[in-house]
Every structure is written in C-alpha cells, then in structure tokens.
Design a protein around this ligand. Sequence first.
Ligand code: NAP
Length: 250
Amino acid sequence: MKITVIGSGNMGGALVHGWCKAGLVSQLTITARTQTTLERFRSLYPEINTATDNAQAVRGADVVIIAVKPWLVDEVIDQIKLSLRDSNALLVSVAAGVRNARINVYTMPNIAVQYGAGMTYVEEPERHTEQYQKVVDLFSLVGKTQIVPHKLMDAGMQISGCGIAYVMRYVRAMMEGGVELGLCPEDAKQAVLQTMKGAVALLEESGKHPEDAIDSVTTPGGYTIRGLNAMEEAGFTNAVLAGLKANNKE
Ligand SMILES: NC(=O)c1ccc[n+]([C@@H]2O[C@H](COP(=O)([O-])OP(=O)(O)OC[C@H]3O[C@@H](n4cnc5c(N)ncnc54)[C@H](OP(=O)(O)O)[C@@H]3O)[C@@H](O)[C@H]2O)c1
C-alpha cells in the first residue's frame, strides 16, 4: 500500500515516525512546505520519498493523509484533486473540525502515534469497506483506534488529542509537588512517569474501575485518602471536567 502524507509537522511528522518505525518507510511519500522539514526526515530515513509538490506526491497513492493546518485543507485538496481524478485513493483527514466532500475518512489521532502509543478516533463510515478497514489498520499500527459516530469525534479529540496536554499538566503538577517535598525535579519526573505506568498496568491488567483500584491502595484513615480528599476539596475532578467541556459547542 502506498501512503502519501501531506504536511510533515507535529502531527503528520509523528505519524511518519510511527509508520517508519513500524516498517512502512518504503511505502511512504511525504510532503511539506519547505525542504528543511523534508531534509530532517531524509536524514533519518534515507529511503523515504519526499516532495514539496502535493499534486505530484499523491500520484499512485492508495491512501492520502492530509495533515496540514485546518485552514489549509481545502487549498491542498484543490491542489491534488486533478492528480486523483482516476484513482481509488482514500483521502484521510487528521485535521480538527474540518469537513470537505472529497474527504473519505476523518480521523483524530494524538501525537503519541510517534511512539507506537497513539490513540486515534476514526469516524464511522456510511459503509464499512475493505479500504476503510485498511485505514483503521494503518492507525492501529501506531497505537489504539476507536471507531465512533461523527457526533463523538469532538469528545475523542478532547480525551486523547488534547488529553496529552492535560496529562502533561498533571505530570508537571506532581513534579512541582515532589520538588516542594524535597525531591530533585528529574527524580520527581521519573517517579511520576513510573507511577503512571504502574497505574496504567494496574487498570489494564486487572480490568478494575479506577475507584476499585483506589480502594486497594487506600488505608482507612491513612495518607492516601487524606491526600485524595484534599485534592477534591481543591477542585480536582471539577477542574478536569471543566477542561474537557471548555470547547463543548452544545
Ligand atoms: N498537533 C497535534 O497534536 C494534533 C493532534 C490531532 C490533529 N492535529 C491536526 O493536524 C494538523 C496539522 O497540525 P500540526 O500541529 O502538525 O501543524 P504543524 O506542526 O504546523 O505542521 C504543518 C505541516 O504542514 C506543512 N505544510 C504547510 N503548508 C503546506 C502545503 N501547502 N503543502 C504541504 N505541506 C504543507 C508544514 O510544512 P513546513 O514544516 O515546511 O512548514 C508542516 O510540516 C492540523 O489540522 C491539526 O488539527 C494535530
């Protein structure tokens, strides 16, 4: 399968890194506005095809990923539509909040696709074709995917696209607390990351609800419950909910 990625910035670039690590480098053609961006990828992956001409880059592609800023999507589609006239290529968007009649599959990945640990929401199609499944499989190579109806794509973006930034704030807050308690920043960071990995493993392997997991680490009258209650008093859950709903258009 030949894949063209139009736009190799934060998101397009993360997908390119992820797919190269998954062994797809010889199937990839990537584009960017500048040679500087493309050179960075060529130096890491000499086999990769690069171009600044989008119309040329999509010729012969089976899947075209559009990963430019949302306001450039229509312009890029205009540039490539002639090249795709007699082709069955699927046009896939990763752009937030964009609609265009020529786009076949809307997705919302997060930046962790670069490390094979992405979370991608894929909009449910009218008809679930073999070609559509190939797009889902492509994103599944670099993380987990969930297929959802159009109305849930925004929720997916909040939870996992923006969610990465929300998790970073939690890490930063824990680090700041750790430093105040006397730990060096780097030691605090490593401890927070390892604790997060532990929490993920606990939830994934036990299948427990987070509150059940909390019960298993909370001694009545002990440190953890006092810490949790103090966090709630300071508005922890409400702050997370407010962040998630800040862009809710309804
Ligand atoms: N960042 C995220 O976490 C994230 C998550 C989910 C979805 N998205 C979506 O991903 C899309 C890209 O966002 P981003 O954060 O990756 O932006 P970005 O870092 O600014 O990257 C944009 C890329 O597009 C290239 N570009 C600009 N005009 C172009 C053109 N006419 N033809 C080909 N390439 C062109 C740029 O080239 P140069 O490098 O040469 O300037 C750059 O590589 C957005 O629609 C966004 O909604 C982003």
